[in-house]
Design a protein around this ligand. Structure first.
Ligand SMILES: Nc1ncnc2c1ncn2[C@@H]1O[C@H](COP(=O)(O)OP(=O)(O)O)[C@@H](O)[C@H]1O
Ligand SMILES: O=C(O)C1=C[C@@H](OP(=O)(O)O)[C@@H](O)[C@H](O)C1
Ligand SMILES: [Mg+2]
Length: 194
């Protein structure tokens, strides 16, 4: 017997496609900076880079800029604490959000009120992902906030989810499709939004 509370995969897919339409807000904003937000390991860095290449604009990963200027993120957290990291992050994000570029933020950058105000003026792509799908992507141990693994990831995502939703122009879920297919879907959205 089919349980209405547990939709089939096909039904979920349909619902998801409809949701993507419904969640499209603020269509009249300038396209750049085109900013990727979302939880850790949603694919912001990888998909942002692919989208920038296709749109032929520079790509900025704010974490990579922080690392280039200040060293590894894990070390910054260990030696100076999260507050210090967030201050460095805010500086880099403020600059990046003035550029005609595709910009991928770190998952926690949206916590800063000034960044939230800046993002209200940007095209913002929210990449979501399920816990089940992200489990396989969390290797490497580079993320200092995930010492407790998937439990930490879920807790942090649940805290931030309303913020991601409020800031998003559109959401794409990255749980079930390869990176290049999602990047193509984002590029299509950039050409069809009105
Ligand atoms: N759609 C996807 N399918 C499979 N693996 C993915 C997908 N998106 C991201 N990954 C993998 O997850 C890891 C984290 O991706 P990354 O782009 O660094 O995420 P973020 O910047 O959001 O933390 C990488 O190893 C990447 O290859
Ligand atoms: O969500 C977060 O607070 C963080 C996300 C990381 O970036 P990704 O989202 O690209 O993994 C990185 O900025 C840092 O480890 C903190
Ligand atoms: Mg990243």
């Amino acid at each position: 017997m089919r349980d209405a509370a547990k939709p089939t995969q096909q039904h979920q897919k349909q619902q998801h496609q409809e949701q993507q339409h419904q969640e499209q807000q603020h269509p009249a904003k300038p396209l750049f900076p085109l900013v990727f937000i979302g939880p850790m390991a949603a694919g912001k860095t990888r998909i942002g880079r692919l989208v920038a290449r296709t749109l032929d604009v520079p790509f900025v990963d704010t974490d990579a800029r922080i690392v280039a200027d200040h060293g590894a993120i894990k070390e910054i957290f260990e030696q100076h604490g999260e507050e210090h990291f967030r201050a460095l992050e805010r500086e880099v994000v403020a600059q990046a959000l003035t550029e005609k570029a595709v910009v991928s933020l770190g998952g926690g950058a949206v916590l800063d009120p000034d960044t939230q105000a800046d993002l209200a003026r940007c095209s913002v792509v929210y990449l979501s992902v399920s816990a089940q799908a992200v489990r396989r992507r969390l290797g490497g141990g580079k993320r200092p906030l995930l010492r407790g693994g998937i439990a930490d990831w879920k807790r942090i995502y649940n805290q931030r989810r309303p913020t991601y939703e409020a800031l998003a122009s559109i959401r794409f879920d990255t749980s079930h499709r390869p990176l290049d297919a999602i990047a193509d879907a984002v590029v299509t959205w950039t050409t069809t939004r009105t």
